[in-house]
Design a protein around this ligand. Structure first.
Ligand code: BGC
Length: 745
């Protein structure tokens, strides 16, 4: 369809709508559907969470799952895991699974991906997000969204913007300077809009500069619509709209919520009344309806056709598109993609004395310790929860991988109390108080029975660890901690895991430790004693398979940290410079606009490694770090002028070891003499390359003006740097292998 004729059809259909009908379209009519206009054939838009797969179905106006067996789906690695692959192709295949399954389940929009910057390692939703680095996010989110949208279904990139904490998430007001916003918090969204052409975007709960993200004129109108030229759909977060006028006059299109009084939503009856009274121009509503109709055309939910009437005049109506992609779910290909991604998302943090791999042929007895080895994670975490068709736990993965010649024995090792905060309808209260649960969770006292269990589990694990040659401890966090609506209070490992791991390593120093978590945890109590440490975020339905294959050596690990792992919260920029968490607000304060809890992002652009490197903060493991069972040699760094860009950079990478593998090669840029206001270096490009033993390949990267620019607060624009700059190529932010100076005139 030609653009011109499409727009004409949208205008013609818009003209048929009454004000009441328009208002139906701009607010929810069910928890996961917008309103419809049956008279003109305009259907509801059907949405579903979320980042790790297509969430189970809910009743239209009751926060209880429908509960049939038909909504179990493929469970994908979470975004932190996808980012850990540093493999853009895997981001694309993950997107294609999400999109195909969303369509297969009859959805028009999947409420994913979540790409907020991991500013604060305590944020409960960090597992849903990718990274602390805007370049890694932007490069991964583009193929992910393209993969989703190949299936006549829309992505919904969220939460726009600066949603960096769950603590007081509805009321926290973020203040930050323009440079920090442009360089750190916006590039992922800008790439989603401009490069991936996302059809959908979700506003945030939090405020930015005094306006709630979901009704912000600054974010939604000025930046998104006017600067980036976005003409797609914007939905609010659920219950994130607080004012009819602000919402009507911002770039928002559809108000979604968590209460069943849909017609009383701010963009329901109050909107109609305000337009009638002349307080809000109907033209504002028309803008939203245009976006909504255009969205329906893009995902091929409708086409707009002329219908002949009895009086001979034509009238525009919407009709379903007959050959819309029907999608499907739970296909073998989805499980294969989930497995391929999971394999590359496992990160080998440490491997002294070549402790790993543990070949199945060389072990007769394998002891698996740790509740996380046997824990199903899919159905937790908040709106990212998934009813997984299946989930291979680490224990199942190891038992399968090692086979019948190896005795695989399991003991829990640490005790996890029954889940506290989840009943089926947690979302009903999700815009109310959730933080009380943090107190219940962290301040919980164990009763005598539980204390006895804790001791029994630990004693049993330590006693067995003495007898087994090969021991794998699987610990970390779970969705009681990596969860929507709550932040952690510190980075410590819960459930007495430090004591357990220390005690096991004391009797069996060869025990391998696996940490599963969506955010950093403090490993100092035992990190130096462990010979081998593996890291993986919630890694989808095949996560246990992937982990086992890495431990056995079937798969050579190639994941790299998409975030730095600081040891304690007190070392992090949000703690040192920022004012997180701040005090809790009183109920009365929440009713007053602009009297919100303010978080000033005082660290500015010094987020993650940009901060740690600048101020020499020692980390447990640095951004971009991840080992392999082979070695890679970097050589031949060449920088030349490139047509249409600033430079072309070439580098050779050779696999000098004995097994094939994949290496994520990282390119950073910084000033030769680093000025006070700039990070030492920043990631600008990366690529992952597969190499057989002895094989060498040349990688090429293109660097543009923007890669050497900073945003100038005074002049409000990007400015290219001048003088001596350094191009670094390395295996992590701390493992630079080659560098070359260039001069910018
Ligand atoms: C979350 C969103 C989610 C929505 C619908 C909100 O609580 O912040 O990410 O998509 O609920 O479940």
């Amino acid at each position: 369809m030609r653009a011109g004729s499409t727009e004409k059809k949208i205008e013609a259909l818009l003209k048929e709508l009454t004000l009441e009908e328009k208002a139906r379209l701009v607010h929810a009519s069910e928890y996961f559907r917008s309103g419809d206009v049956p008279r003109l054939g305009i259907p509801k838009i059907t949405m579903s969470d979320g980042p790790m797969g297509v969430r189970n179905d809910f009743y239209p106006a009751d926060w209880h799952p429908v509960g049939t067996t038909a909504d179990a789906v493929s469970y994908l690695p979470c975004n932190s895991a996808i980012a850990a692959t540093w493999n853009k192709e895997l981001a694309r295949t993950s997107g294609s699974v999400l999109g195909r399954e969303a369509r297969g389940r009859g959805k028009d929009m999947i409420l994913a991906p979540g790409i907020n910057i991991k500013r604060n390692p305590l944020c409960g939703r960090n597992f849903e997000y990718m990274s602390e680095d805007p370049c890694l996010i932007a490069e991964m989110v583009v193929p992910l969204i393209e993969g989703i949208q190949e299936n006549d279904v829309s992505a919904c990139v969220k939460h726009f913007a600066c949603n960096a904490q769950e603590w007081e998430r509805l009321w926290v007001n973020v203040e930050l300077d323009e440079r920090t916003l442009r360089e750190i918090y916006l590039p992922g969204f800008e790439a989603a809009v401009r490069r991936a052409k996302t059809y959908g975007l979700m506003g945030s709960y939090n405020l930015v500069r005094g306006e709630h993200g979901s009704q912000s004129r600054f974010l939604l109108t000025k930046i998104l619509r006017e600067e980036w030229g976005y003409d797609g759909l914007v939905v609010s977060d659920w219950g994130a709209v607080h004012d009819t006028r602000a919402a009507a006059e911002s770039g928002l299109d559809i108000e979604m919520g968590v209460t069943p009084d849909f017609d009383d939503y701010f963009l329901g009856r109050p909107l109609i009344e305000a337009v009638r009274k002349g307080e809000i121009a109907e033209a504002e509503v028309d803008k939203k309806v245009r976006h909504i109709l255009r969205f329906m055309l893009r995902v091929r939910l409708i086409e707009i056709v002329q219908k002949e009437q009895k009086n001979g005049k034509g009238k525009m109506v919407a009709v379903p598109v007959a050959d819309r992609d029907p999608g499907y779910y739970n296909g073998d290909i989805m499980h294969r993609y989930a497995k391929e991604t999971a394999r590359e998302a496992v990160i080998l943090l440490k491997n002294e004395k070549h402790r790993l791999p543990v070949r199945p042929s060389q072990t007769r007895k394998l002891l698996v310790i740790g509740e996380n080895a046997n824990h199903l994670h899919a159905n937790g975490g908040g709106s990212g929860e998934i009813k997984a068709l299946y989930e291979v736990t680490p224990l199942m993965g190891l038992a399968r991988e090692y086979g019948g010649n190896t005795e695989v024995k399991y003991v829990p090792g640490y005790y996890v109390p029954a889940r506290l905060a989840t009943d089926a309808s947690w979302q009903e209260d999700s815009t109310a108080e959730l933080m009380t649960d943090t107190k219940r969770r962290d301040g919980r006292k164990y009763d005598a029975r539980e204390k006895a269990l804790i001791k029994k589990y630990r004693d049993e694990a330590v006693a067995l660890a003495k007898e087994y040659d090969d021991v794998v401890i699987v610990g970390g966090l779970n969705h009681d901690y990596d969860v929507e609506g709550m932040d952690r209070k510190d980075l410590s490992l819960p459930y007495g895991q430090d004591e357990l791991i220390k005690a096991v390593l004391a009797v069996n120093p060869r025990a391998v430790v696996v940490m599963m978590a969506g955010s950093p945890v403090d490993m100092r109590a035992w990190k130096d004693d462990a010979q081998a440490i593996l890291w993986m975020a919630y890694n989808g339905m095949e996560g246990g398979t992937a982990l086992a294959e890495v431990i056995s050596g079937t798969v050579n690990p190639s994941g790299k940290l998409p975030e730095s792992l600081p040891a304690e919260f007190a070392q992090t920029p949000a703690a040192v410079c920022g004012d997180y968490p701040g005090r809790k607000l009183r109920a009365a304060e929440k009713k007053v606009m602009n009297a919100h809890l303010t978080q000033t992002f005082k660290e500015g652009v010094f987020v993650g490694y940009r901060y740690y490197e600048k101020f020499g903060v020692p980390l447990q493991f640095p951004f971009g770090h991840g080992l392999s069972y082979t070695e890679y040699k970097y050589s031949g760094l060449k920088v030349s002028k490139a047509p249409g860009a600033l430079f072309e950079v070439q580098v050779k990478v050779k696999n000098t070891g004995h097994v094939s593998g994949k290496e994520a090669v990282q390119l950073y840029v910084g000033e030769k003499t680093v000025s006070e206001e700039n990070p030492v270096k920043e990631l600008k490009a990366f690529d992952k390359v597969e190499l057989q033993p002895g094989e060498e390949k040349t990688l090429s990267f293109t660097l543009t003006e923007r890669d050497f620019s900073h945003y100038c607060n005074e002049e409000n624009c990007w400015k290219r740097m001048k003088g001596r700059m350094v191009i670094y190529v390395g295996a992590s932010s701390a493992d630079v292998r080659l560098k070359k100076e260039v001069t910018l005139s």
